[in-house]
Design a protein around this ligand. Structure first.
Ligand code: HXC
Length: 516
């Protein structure tokens, strides 16, 4: 073959490769309301920055008609590109090729991208849009998944891993995203389930739609499997770019610091207006978050799940911090099974990636109830204690109102490992609230009184004044400083920055055994 013919052959191959499953399949993909694998990559990365690898890898299985269905690239696009100038590796499954199903070479391409991300210490984003294991390839497909799960696990805590579900993700395939740090989903596009509606109907008789079973609403709001929910693919991929901006490239890099336009000496007198006078009245802790952290910097994670705890990334004087806050707007901010899981996992992500943790505390305790006890609140609640004690990043707590009992320890105790704990003059710190305490330790005295109600009120006031006020805790050094709420932002910036060079060692071990 002459040079001209070779070049022409190359051009033909290249355009075939770029067309994935072909024009008809691309049109079908668009009819489904979905973008193609390459369109998604273009949205994810800075313009023109994508470099593909494994471009011509092709499946070698020949059975059940696969000999006539050879596709260059084997149904997935992999490589790296830049997000706001920073390198990120990617895999993007191509549903137009054999339904994005995962065969041997398809898996090999993804595994290569994972390995390169790990080797180069840069984040890995996987876009899933697949019918699962390529049925014709059988065991080769299963082996491929095994490799991906293993790579996901080995990369965990070393580089950030993000899964973007933009189509079906069913069966064992769901476990690769589940091992990664964050899952993004789009309404009406994404589905995740172990078995779909048909199997469920056959096994249990339950009838449910794909969307209700495994859509973005189900996993962001009910199961807690996913972290971010978007109305469109475009908004979703923009969301991935935004999240990446808060994260270091790997576990050896410090949390990113960007220029900050919000003054570091900005006072926050509005906090006292947000806080109700009645200690039992709810309010939205997010108002506190918006007020304290750099303007418009809060990126909430799992916003629709276990709302009694709020977690997310924010900036303090331009530096990424992890916010771990109670929210008295829901369940009086008590810690339950789901909020414990949500908080602990977020804390561990922050610790793995050198992101300081700021907790905003207003918590009456762990949620009582048979359902919680039998659901394992002991095991789940322990995760928060474990995660905080294990974390070596700077940890700063601000007790906004209540901090009682075991939840005081989880959210704010220096003995557990918080580096600096602050409180407001109105904060209440105790083993339990004054009402509950009066019922136990003053019961005999109250019952014996000529006016039990008056005695009860007197004892509650006495307990509040002598035991619960923050100066008692400050007197023991349990609270480092009692601050004026109008200086909350200033004090939190100073508190994080004073610990930013912190070094803390732990005994060498293979790994701990967090209660799962
Ligand atoms: C091979 C597949 C495939 C698969 C889809 N296709 N899934 N080919 N292996 N797993 C092909 C279809 O044959 C079809 O080819 C093309 O992809 C598009 O699929 P459609 O069915 O036309 O698309 P749609 O109607 O949108 O339905 C999408 C779907 C459905 C819901 C994903 O295709 C489906 O249910 N697929 C099977 C899903 C499944 O059971 N996978 C195995 C899961 S178990 P043509 O040539 O007709 O266009 C698993 C185990 C993993 O993955 C274990 C890991 C440990």
């Amino acid at each position: 073959m002459g040079n001209k013919e070779a070049l022409q052959k190359f051009k033909d191959m290249r355009s075939k490769m770029l067309a994935g499953g072909g024009e008809d399949q691309i049109a079908k993909q668009h009819e489904r309301g979905k973008l193609t694998a390459r369109e998604r990559i273009n949205l994810l990365f800075d313009e023109g920055s994508f470099i593909e690898d494994g471009t011509y890898m092709t499946g070698r299985a020949d059975k059940f008609g696969l000999d006539k269905k050879k596709f260059l690239g084997d149904g997935v696009v992999t490589g790296c590109g830049k997000v706001d100038g920073k390198q990120v590796f990617v895999s993007s499954q191509d549903f137009t090729v054999l339904g994005g199903s995962l065969g041997e070479m398809h898996a090999e391409r993804i595994a290569n991208a994972q390995a390169l991300a790990l080797k180069n210490g840069t984040p890995f984003v996987q876009v899933n849009d697949s019918g699962g294991a390529r049925i014709q390839e059988g065991i080769l497909a299963l082996g491929g998944y095994g490799k991906l799960f293993r790579n996901n696990t080995i990369s965990s805590g070393v580089i950030p891993q993000i899964s973007v579900i933009l189509g079906p993700c069913a069966g064992g395939a769901v476990y690769s995203p589940a091992i990664t740090d964050f899952i993004f989903m789009v309404d009406g596009v994404s589905n995740m389930y172990i078995t779909g509606p048909d199997v469920i109907k056959a096994v249990t008789g339950e009838e449910i739609s794909h969307e209700a079973l495994g859509g973005a609403g189900a996993h962001c709001g009910i199961s807690g499997v996913a972290h971010f929910r978007f109305p469109t693919e475009e908004a979703c991929l923009e969301g991935v770019r935004k999240l990446l901006n808060y994260l270091p490239a790997n576990n050896m890099e410090p949390a990113p610091v960007a220029p900050c336009t919000d003054p570091v000496d900005r006072e926050t007198p509005e906090l006292m207006d947000i806080l109700p006078d009645n200690i039992n009245q709810g309010y939205d802790m997010k108002e506190f978050i918006y007020s304290i952290f750099d303007a418009d910097s809060f990126l909430e994670v799992q916003a629709d799940f276990a709302k009694n705890v709020v977690v997310g990334f924010a900036k303090l004087n331009g530096r990424t911090v992890g916010v771990f806050a109670n929210n008295p707007k829901f369940f009086a901010a008590s810690l339950d099974i789901n909020s414990s899981d949500k908080g602990a996992r977020f804390i561990r992500f922050c610790d793995a990636f050198n992101i300081p943790i700021v907790s905003l505390v207003d918590v009456p305790g762990f949620l009582p109830g048979v359902e919680q006890e039998h659901g394992g609140i002991i095991r789940h609640g322990a995760k928060i204690l474990y995660a905080i004690a294990e974390a070596t990043v700077p940890k700063v707590a601000l007790i906004v109102r209540k901090s009682y009992g075991g939840a005081f320890i989880a959210m704010s105790a220096k003995q557990l490992g918080y580096d600096r704990t602050l409180a407001f003059p109105t904060s209440q710190i105790a083993v339990m609230g004054a009402q509950g305490a009066a019922n136990i330790i003053f019961r005999k005295e109250i019952n014996a009184a000529s006016d039990p109600a008056a005695k009860r009120a007197e004892k509650i006031a006495e307990f509040e004044a002598e035991v619960m006020n923050p100066f008692v805790a400050a007197g023991y050094g349990y609270v480092d400083d009692v601050i004026d709420p109008k200086y909350a932002r200033i004090e939190l910036i100073r508190s994080v920055e004073m610990h930013i060079t912190k070094r803390e060692d732990r005994p060498a071990k293979k790994h701990g055994n967090i209660p799962l």
